[in-house]
Design a protein around this ligand. Structure first.
Ligand SMILES: Cc1cc2nc3c(=O)[nH]c(=O)nc-3n(C[C@H](O)[C@H](O)[C@H](O)COP(=O)(O)O)c2cc1C
Length: 197
């Protein structure tokens, strides 16, 4: 638990632990499982990449027409989970998802490699696909269309930030004597507690 300090803000602690996961070469250290619920209150979970803190929210980017976006439009309570297996560490974050501003989405889109920018245009995320050739053809057409040009951020593509309401850190220990540290938002501060493993 090298850098973790319970007296620090949970977001500061998260940043410390993510940096440690990067230093220890965890595979995809910024991959997080994102859980949403749909209009029928049925849950769904998938991996997305965390892309940094924006206004004290955990950001990720996606297609605003996809399944997760439809879930969030109906109910913006979400939960994400980071698991760094070899370090025996887990971080669970519950909160509300809010769209990033258009300027924030465009700024991030510019940093993406051209192939990913084309992919954002080519993919009608979560919609049925007739065949893999269909999307490959669309990708090649877009590649021609935007040859030698900057690719604009699609209107249906952008980010979310998850504004945390609860953050829980889990550190694995022998004998299942794991340590759990919970921070619950209480207005502008955080209520802290230990939790049984
Ligand atoms: C390692 C990994 C990283 C991923 N990162 C993202 C991401 O940052 N954004 C995204 O929209 N999908 C990402 N995906 C794909 C999602 O898991 C998912 O298939 C896709 O977003 C569609 O989800 P939905 O139908 O629930 O909207 C990633 C998948 C993996 C395995």
């Amino acid at each position: 638990m090298s850098g973790f300090n319970f007296s620090l803000d949970p977001i500061e602690n998260f940043v410390i632990l993510l940096n440690e996961a990067v230093e220890h070469k965890m595979p995809d250290p910024n991959a997080m499982a994102l859980a949403t619920v749909n209009i029928e209150n049925k849950p769904s979970v998938r991996i997305v990449f965390y892309k940094g803190m924006i206004r004290d929210g955990f950001s990720f980017y996606t297609n605003y027409n996809g399944r997760k976006a439809q879930d969030i439009a109906h109910n913006n309570n979400v939960c994400v989970n980071f698991f760094w297996s070899q370090l025996e560490r887990q971080v669970r974050i519950e909160g509300k998802a809010l769209k990033t501003t258009r300027a924030e989405s465009e700024a991030y889109f510019k940093t993406r490699v051209r192939e990913s920018q084309l992919g954002a245009w080519a993919s009608e995320q979560s919609q049925p696909l007739e065949s893999f050739e269909t999307i490959e053809k669309r990708y090649q057409e877009l590649n021609t269309k935007y040859a030698n040009q900057e690719i604009p951020c699609p209107p249906h593509w952008g980010g979310y930030i998850i504004v945390p309401e609860m953050i829980e850190f889990w550190f694995g220990r022998t004998g299942r004597m794991h340590q759990r540290y919970r921070y619950q938002r209480n207005g502008t501060s955080w209520a802290k507690s230990f939790v049984n493993p």
